[in-house]
Design a protein around this ligand. Structure first.
Ligand code: T3D
Length: 266
């Protein structure tokens, strides 16, 4: 297998980015961050890409920050302590912002353990599809940290405060089936079916109106901080923009002609 830290493969309109440090369960180094950001940036700029899939090489999805990476590894006695905010501000925060601003849907195909920032990387995607043997661990408390990579914002919104605190404070391994049951992820499937299920979902999303899907993500996330009246105003503003775009005209024309629509906006 290539020694690239992130592998990119395109099948039609679907781009798959595979985190590729399997010996360390695809934990994040600065280099892997840069490769992932470059892959996402390229996908965002490429009109041929209409859906992105994120997955991991080997038996893990992503074990979060590589704890041996010099950027974060605890300083030797006598040396000044490392400021972890540097990694957060320069690597993790821009990664989350990149995911949330992707012009196309992003699926996390969680093929194994997703821990720490790796778990929250998955949860920042639009869909999380996980194999039966995968698991999610908010590992931060075990090493004296708080959830990052958007975990404090995401967890209570997805599963409510009680479960968010339970997952974050205890840091227990949550099996994929249980993650589906509590609504943390979209779906848990047999390990052997993960690739096919993911390909089906990705091809389906790729044929949908990407611009409307990206606006839907922004609207659903953005509405969390709005009053109902403000959300109604936001919806009106978005429909105003989308209603004069190609995909709306195409969608309505296709409906009237009883044919499949061909969406192209991005
Ligand atoms: O620091 C900052 O910048 C702030 C940002 C923080 C973001 C974070 O993500 S903090 C959380 C960091 N992640 C963790 O604390 C998870 C650590 N890993 C684990 O707890 C376990 O590895 C797992 C539960 C994920 C999996 O356990 P298991 O038994 O299936 O595998 P293993 O044997 O522990 O790991 C396999 C190999 O991967 C092993 O290497 P070896 O011994 O075979 O050479 C292990 O050291 C390596 N590995 C796993 N996780 C990490 C890692 N190496 C570096 N960093 C890791 N995070």
């Amino acid at each position: 297998m290539s020694d690239s830290l992130v592998l990119a493969t395109q099948q039609g309109p679907v781009l798959t980015l595979t985190l590729n440090r399997p010996a360390a369960l695809n934990s994040f180094t600065e280099g892997m961050h840069q490769a992932l950001r470059a892959g996402l940036d390229a996908a965002a700029a490429n009109p041929e890409v209409r859906c992105v899939v994120l997955t991991g090489a080997g038996r893990g999805f992503c074990a979060g920050q590589d704890l041996a990476d010099p950027m974060v590894a605890p300083a030797a006695p006598g040396e000044p302590p490392k400021d972890l905010a540097l990694a957060i501000n320069t690597l993790y925060k821009p990664l989350v912002q990149r995911l949330k601003s992707m012009p196309v849907p992003v699926i996390a195909a969680v093929n194994g353990v997703a821990a720490g920032a790796g778990a929250n990387l998955a949860l920042n995607c639009d869909f999380v599809l996980a194999g039966q043997s995968a698991s999610f661990i908010q590992a931060f408390a075990k090493i004296g940290l708080v959830p990052d990579t958007g975990g404090t914002w995401l967890l209570p919104r997805i599963v409510g405060r009680a479960r968010a605190l339970g997952l974050a404070m205890l840091g227990d391994k949550l099996p994929a089936a249980e993650a589906e049951r509590i609504g943390l992820i979209w779906k848990c499937v047999d390990d052997a079916a993960l690739a096919d299920e993911c390909a089906k979902l990705a091809q389906r999303l790729a044929a949908m109106p990407a611009k409307a899907l990206a606006a839907t993500r922004a609207a659903i996330d953005g509405a969390q901080a709005l009053t109902l009246d403000q959300a109604l105003d936001m919806e009106a503003a978005l429909q105003s923009q989308l209603g004069s775009a190609h995909d709306y005209l195409e969608g309505v024309a296709a409906f009237g002609a009883k044919r499949a629509p061909v969406f192209t906006d991005r």
